[in-house]
Design a protein around this ligand. Structure first.
Ligand code: GLC
Length: 411
């Protein structure tokens, strides 16, 4: 089988009937941004299936506009924490009570060129979701979007969440059995202290019926994320193109774009050489750059372009494969532990496309070819060591296969 054939087989194999799971066993439900990237992969060989994926994602949209991070369609007793722990039944079907990086508008814009009418059918629903991000996760209008749970960032155990996480009281968490560590090597997964915090935040949210207003005020964890903020800004710009093309009113979208463009500077950290998380309770900033530090470029923000390219060069001196998820010069860097160092195909895709769009072709090509080599050698793994290139975490992973196809890495 060619790599392209294998990639298609991974997506088909993870298809559960109109929606795609990230990988069997470890992640047996529909995850939000995984699903959006899967649609991008399907679009290269089955357009109808790509649109179906996106429809299925929005089927779970809450009345308040939120599109949840996990949709619990089938019952999978092997997964923890499942629907009975989340108790988030505010939407049309069981789901988690938080969201995930809003890449959907950007995916739909990519599909819209060939099928503008299909795309137009999503504009209102995307608009409601984007509006939710501003209202629920930036109620004071600072222009930066906060996450209320590390899982909401999509970058679960990034060291940026360590210090803000100290404020989380884990005394009520009690005993529990994780399912992930029996499926994947312990060294590659978040640690127990992280997991205690993840659960404490789930209990906190469910006690408030996942009410975003209460959560914005009371949640012990409310941390502005350069990842979500940049991905949303890029998505707002893509939504703007879709809305204008379909003849919709765009003033509201323009306001949101301006707010985010002005806000991002709050996350700039000169010493780190990048955009970093900011704890919105204490005002503290993270001290080190991460892969998300480069995403403002993907959102078209060029204010600190030169400094960011310097940081990227420094990263490149320390690792064989770009882009490590966390600064490889830091003591917390760990090349195989999830978001504390490893490289991820879909993050590379966004960073490289951003660099290409601003004319940084050499860097864009370097990241693309690193990604190709990682996947060729390491397989369709969940993520990769940026040091030795080994494939880590789960295997036969949807978004890695999708990026292989969407980026035409076979050429
Ligand atoms: C992990 C990742 C997250 C992803 C999910 C399913 O939680 O951190 O980004 O969406 O797994 O693949």
């Amino acid at each position: 089988m060619t790599m392209n054939e294998r990639a298609r087989a991974v997506l088909r194999g993870n298809d559960r009937g109109g929606y795609t799971i990230p990988t069997d066993g470890l992640y047996p439900y529909q995850w939000n941004w995984d699903s959006a990237f899967s649609a991008l992969g399907f679009a290269t060989f089955d357009r109808a299936r790509a649109w179906e994926e996106l429809e299925k994602l929005f089927e779970a949209q809450w009345p308040n506009g939120m599109v949840p991070h996990i949709i619990f369609r089938a019952d999978e007793p092997g997964y923890f924490p499942g629907p009975s722990i989340w108790q988030a039944d505010m939407g049309p079907m069981p789901s988690s009570g938080i969201s995930q990086p809003p890449v959907v508008a950007s995916v739909i814009r990519a599909l819209a060129e060939a099928e503008p009418e299909q795309a137009a059918g999503f504009i209102k629903r995307i608009d409601a979701w984007h509006e939710w991000w501003h209202r629920a996760r930036d109620p004071k209008g600072t222009g930066v979007i906060a996450i209320t749970h590390p899982w909401e960032s999509g970058r679960d155990n990034l060291p940026d969440w360590d210090r803000p996480g100290d404020m989380i009281d884990v005394s009520g968490v009690g005993e529990y059995t994780r399912s992930d560590t029996s499926l994947v090597d312990n060294d590659m997964r978040p640690e127990k202290q992280d997991y205690d915090r993840y659960l404490a935040l789930v209990y906190f949210g469910r006690e408030r019926q996942w009410d975003p207003e209460k959560i914005a005020v009371e949640n012990p964890f409310f941390v502005a994320d350069p990842g979500i903020t940049s991905i949303l800004l890029r998505a707002e710009k893509d939504l703007h193109v879709l809305a204008r093309g379909a003849g919709h009113e765009t003033a509201r979208i323009e306001d949101r774009i301006t707010r985010l463009e002005n806000g991002l500077e709050l996350l700039w950290n000169e010493d780190a050489g990048g955009y970093v998380a900011r704890d919105m309770r204490s005002g503290d900033q993270s001290r080190r750059a991460s892969a998300a530090s480069f995403l403002p470029l993907y959102a078209g923000i060029l204010t600190h372009k030169e400094e960011l390219l310097t940081t990227l060069r420094e990263f490149a001196e320390r690792v064989r494969y770009l882009v490590p998820s966390f600064d490889p010069r830091d003591e917390h860097f760990d090349h195989i532990r999830y978001w504390r160092g490893p490289a991820w195909a879909m993050i590379n895709f966004m960073i490289a496309n951003g660099l290409r769009d601003i004319g940084e072709y050499n860097w864009a090509d370097r990241i693309r070819s690193d990604t190709r080599e990682l996947i060729r050698n390491g397989g369709f793994a969940e993520y990769f060591s940026p040091i030795d290139g080994r494939g880590c975490g789960g295997g036969t992973f949807s978004w890695t296969a999708a990026i292989w196809l969407a980026w035409e890495l076979d050429e």
